[in-house]
Design a protein around this ligand. Structure first.
Ligand code: ZN
Length: 165
C-alpha cells in the first residue's frame, strides 16, 4: 500500500467526470485510497482526488470517534432522495482549510458495487448521506464551490486561490 498525493483544487481533474469503475483493475488503488484517506485524517476520498478517473470512492465517517468501518463504493447511483434540504459545512481534502456550507438532501438511497464485486442497495442519512453525496459530486466533476451562490463562492474561493496560486 502507498499514500498517494492528493490532487488540489483548482486542478482540472477535479472538474472532470469520472468513467466506469472496474473492480478487478482497482484493487490496489482502493487499498492506497484507504491508506491515503486515513493518513490525511479524512472521512472520504474519491478517485479523481488521487488522479484515478473512475467512479470509485472510499469512506469511513465514524473512524475518528470509534472503530474503523471502511467502505468502498464503485459505480454508485442515487436511487432516491429524501428532499428535505440540510445545510452543513463541508471540508474537502482537495480544498484544505476551507469549510463550505452546502445544502443537500437529508437522506439518500444508493446502489453501488463494493470492492469484492457485490452489488448493494441501502438507505443513508446524517453524516453518511452527506459524505456519499460529497464524494459522488467528485465523480461528476464537482466540488463544494460548485454548490454555492456566486457571491459566497467568490468570498470563500478568492482567498484560497490567492494562497495556492
Ligand atoms: Zn472532497
Amino acid at each position: 500500500m502507498a499514500i498517494l498525493p492528493i490532487v488540489q483544487w483548482p486542478d482540472p481533474r477535479l472538474s472532470s467526470a469520472a468513467g466506469p469503475a472496474d473492480v478487478d483493475a482497482l484493487q490496489s488503488v482502493i487499498a492506497d485510497m484507504f491508506e491515503t484517506m486515513y493518513a490525511a485524517k479524512g472521512r472520504g476520498l474519491a478517485g479523481p482526488q488521487v488522479g484515478e478517473m473512475s467512479r470509485v470512492f472510499v469512506m469511513d465517517c465514524g473512524w475518528k470517534d470509534g472503530e474503523r468501518e471502511p467502505r468502498a463504493m464503485l459505480n454508485p447511483v442515487i436511487i432516491a432522495v429524501e428532499r428535505t434540504p440540510v445545510v452543513m459545512e463541508e471540508g474537502c481534502l482537495s480544498i484544505p482549510g476551507v469549510l463550505v456550507p452546502v445544502s443537500r438532501p437529508v437522506a439518500v438511497t444508493v446502489q453501488w458495487t463494493d470492492d469484492t464485486g457485490q452489488i448493494h442497495m441501502d438507505d443513508f442519512d446524517g453524516f453518511e448521506a452527506r459524505c456519499i453525496q460529497h464524494e459522488m459530486d467528485h465523480l461528476a466533476g464537482m466540488v463544494t464551490f460548485d454548490r454555492i451562490a456566486p457571491e459566497l463562492r467568490a468570498e470563500l474561493e478568492g482567498p484560497y486561490l490567492d494562497a495556492v496560486t
